[in-house]
Write a protein that binds this ligand. Structure first.
Ligand SMILES: Nc1ncnc2c1ncn2[C@@H]1O[C@H](COP(=O)(O)OP(=O)(O)OP(=O)(O)O)[C@@H](O)[C@H]1O
Ligand SMILES: [Mg+2]
Length: 469
């Protein structure tokens, strides 16, 4: 496993989500808009209904007042003064609900009504605002009735008109209580919606944290029990998914290990075949050639033959040495025969034979190294060999330190660090070739953590953390 096995896309998701308004804002906006629409609808309904009712009531009142008067009205005794009579009559009709009245004398002059309680009401604080009255009013309807004296002579006229003022006042009384009440309930609705949203978001954040954990490769965390059924089901689904992925990962590791073991076994078989079959023959060939050389060396005319034999011998030795190194590469013979520490010491000695000789140190601490499986030891050996080779080949290093530290934390692991004083990789992380790819595959199969070469404290550091029992 490499440390970048599970790329975390939470940041990407977060930045995309950052451009959109939050759920909380949306809920508050929708609830607020719904409340406002509700207030407007109720206000419109009240105004429309009241308008129709006012129109009907004022019209009916005017019609019944007109019907009372009939074609005309006879009042007063003969010779009685008509002015006060007309004014009293107008005041009586003006006092009726939904109707206002004034009288006109025989000369066509309007007679002023004495100031009464109706006028006082009009000036009170409960008077509806003019915009509300304008909303409620219909076109005024009127009736004009002649007033006659006892002899049947016209002494004036009574003018009646529809007057919705008191009705509008009553509607206004209701309106100014109902609308604030609805506004208040809409505000409470918004608050409840936001509070519920907060609770849901808190739960969603718990789920989000667990999924982020899973994305980073931690399949051990589980969603805690949640109260709401929907969240509980979702949490259970995430837990099931985590368990499924953990099982798949375990199966995958077993499979990878099997492939690795089969691969190593196959390499070992080829190495042993080469060693057992080619080795003796090459040995026999070089021995035979040496023998011929010693025989021909004594012959007086054997110079050309001796040269040819010398060349054949050197070719045979080269093939023998190449076969030995190929066999060792396929399967380092020391692994499984000597402790890992000794195998690595031998490797250091091999590298020290190079020209110019690099300064390679092996630090294993004081205690004994933990026992690893053969395939794990092989992987550690190959990791060290490849890392040292890379340091020499690519970094041009001349001082390399190989450190092995046993860590007792959970899980127990052996940490192998190869640090060199070379120039380091051109890019971080470097583009893997066969060497790094092979190490990564083995690490994945064995549940180990591989860290590709990177610069730290002026050195190039490559590490492998191999778990063990
Ligand atoms: N210690 C190091 N110092 C500098 N560069 C390094 C080091 N280790 C690895 N690299 C870089 O990482 C690259 C990949 O290494 P890797 O071992 O996978 O392939 P390679 O060595 O190029 O070829 P091969 O397949 O033969 O191993 C190298 O080409 C090199 O650029
Ligand atoms: Mg390499």
């Amino acid at each position: 496993m490499t440390d970048a096995a599970f790329p975390d896309t939470a940041g990407m998701a977060g930045s995309a989500a950052g451009r959109q308004p939050s759920l909380m804002k949306r809920v508050a906006l929708i609830a607020g808009a719904t409340g406002l629409a509700m207030c407007l609808a109720v206000a419109t309904l009240i105004v429309l209904n009241a308008r129709v009712a006012i129109w009907q009531e004022t019209r009916t009142a005017l019609q019944s007042a007109g019907a009372t008067l009939g074609g005309g009205l006879r009042i007063g005794a003969p010779g009685e003064e008509t002015g006060p009579l007309l004014m009293r009559l107008a005041a009586e009709f003006d006092a009726l609900r939904h109707v206002s009245a004034y009288a006109v004398d025989a000369g066509g002059h309007a007679l002023a009504l004495p100031a009464g309680p109706a006028q006082a009401e009009v000036e009170s604080d409960d008077h509806p605002p003019s915009w509300f009255s304008a909303l409620m009013r219909h076109e005024t309807e009127s009736v004009d009735v002649p007033v006659l004296n006892a002899e049947g002579g016209v002494i004036g006229r009574l003018h009646l008109t529809t007057d919705p003022a008191d009705e509008i006042e009553e509607v206004w009384e209701d309106f100014r209580v109902i609308i604030p009440l609805i506004t208040l309930s809409a505000a409470v609705m918004v608050l409840i919606a936001v509070a519920l949203c907060r609770v849901f978001l808190r739960r969603i954040r718990v789920l989000e944290a667990i999924v982020s954990d899973m994305r980073r490769g931690n399949l051990e965390t589980r969603v805690p029990p949640m109260q709401a059924r929907e969240f509980s089901d979702l949490g259970q689904g995430i837990n099931d998914l985590a368990e499924f992925l953990a099982r798949e990962r375990a199966d995958n590791i077993v499979l990878q290990q099997r492939i690795l073991t089969i691969g190593e076994d196959e390499r070992a078989r080829i190495a042993f075949d080469l060693h057992d079959q080619m080795g003796p023959r090459l040995f026999a060939l070089t021995s035979a050639l040496e023998q011929i050389r010693s025989l021909t060396g004594r012959a007086s005319d054997g110079a050309p033959l001796s040269e040819a034999l010398e060349a054949s011998l050197s070719h045979a030795r080269a093939v023998q040495s190449m076969a030995r190194s190929a066999i060792n590469d396929l399967r380092p013979m020391v692994i499984g025969h000597v402790p890992l520490c000794e195998a690595l010491e031998e490797l250091v000695v091999e590298f020290a034979g190079l020209h110019p000789a690099p300064d390679i140190r092996l630090e294993t601490g004081s205690g004994p190294l933990p026992a690893l499986s053969e395939v794990a030891e092989l992987s550690v050996y190959r990791f060290v060999r490849e890392s040292v080779l890379n340091a020499l080949r690519h970094g041009g290093a001349d001082r390399i330190t190989i450190r092995l530290e046993d860590h007792s934390g959970a899980p127990k692991s052996l940490l192998i660090t190869v640090s060199d004083n070379g120039s380091g990789p051109d890019e971080t992380p470097p583009q893997p070739g066969h060497g790094l790819s092979g190490i990564m595959d083995r690490a994945l199969a064995l549940g180990a953590v591989f860290k590709a070469p990177s610069r730290a404290g002026g050195l190039t550091v490559t590490s492998l953390r191999m778990p063990h029992r």
